[in-house]
Write a protein that binds this ligand. Structure first.
Ligand code: PLP
Length: 240
């Protein structure tokens, strides 16, 4: 072991222990819900943590990495050209970042308005061979300032994505409201997913659940959980 080998240092051991704990939580939640653990993809949310942590997680077998800011992902990618992970974009997306995100993302979790659909479709055509995977972010509270399309506008937005040649509609994403019961919130997401699949049977993904509420998400049919703190530790408040 050399000092430079970041995949075998103290931090790597800490991440391994955290990952084992999260995987046990996922396995237990799946078992209790009568689901197979393979139905749920763990997306490690590495925002504010360095590229070396992405490398460590990949070495530990994590295949899916998510972040919420294009600029931060862009800064890490040059250090990770030899690290084979799928990138998930989970944050508020500005139209002028569409082309950048289309260049590296496997799945964009946060599409919530029609102007983004057109921008991402054009971007995907320019930047990719394969269509870009898209989840529609559903707002689970009345306040859409935190992002998300309303229940009322969901199916119209879904039709837009499905009609876009270079995008592939894959499902829904949501963040549980801070002050609400996570089970109740994710049950509404599950109901919306059912309505979506009635129109678009291929849109089976449900991205829900974070460090604090992944069990509730799995009980309510999540196929992707987005886990940051429980894997990587607490984040410093991000200064912009
Ligand atoms: C940061 C973030 C997460 C991870 O949250 P934790 O509570 O740290 O697990 C999940 N989803 C989104 C959209 C995020 O921005």
């Amino acid at each position: 072991m050399t000092e430079q080998d970041v995949t075998r240092d103290e931090r790597a051991a800490e991440l391994a222990a955290n990952l084992a704990h999260v995987r046990r939580r996922l396995a237990t939640a799946c078992e209790e819900a009568g689901r197979h653990w393979r139905e749920v993809t763990l997306v490690a949310i590495t925002k504010t943590f360095p590229a070396t942590d992405v490398r460590r997680l990949a070495t530990l077998g994590v295949t899916d990495i998510g972040e919420n800011r294009d600029q931060e992902i862009r800064a890490k990618l040059p250090d990770l050209t030899d690290v084979p992970v799928r990138w998930h974009f989970v944050g508020r997306l500005q139209r002028n970042k569409a082309r950048s995100v289309a260049g590296y993302a496997d799945l964009v979790h946060s599409v919530d308005r029609t102007e983004l659909v057109a921008a991402l479709d054009t971007a995907a055509q320019k930047e990719r061979q394969e269509p870009l995977g898209v989840l529609l972010q559903l707002s689970l509270d009345a306040d859409t300032k935190r992002g998300g399309v309303t229940d009322a506008d969901l199916l119209a937005l879904a039709d837009r994505v499905a009609a876009a040649e270079h995008l592939r509609l894959r499902g829904l994403m949501a963040v549980a409201p801070l002050d609400a019961d996570a089970d109740a919130a994710f049950a509404r997401l599950a109901a919306a997913s059912q309505r979506l699949r009635a129109q678009h049977p291929e849109a089976t993904a449900v991205s829900a659940g974070m460090s604090g509420d992944l069990e509730a998400a799995i009980r309510n049919g999540a196929t992707h959980v987005r886990v940051g703190t429980a894997l990587l530790g607490g984040r410093e408040k991000l200064v912009r």
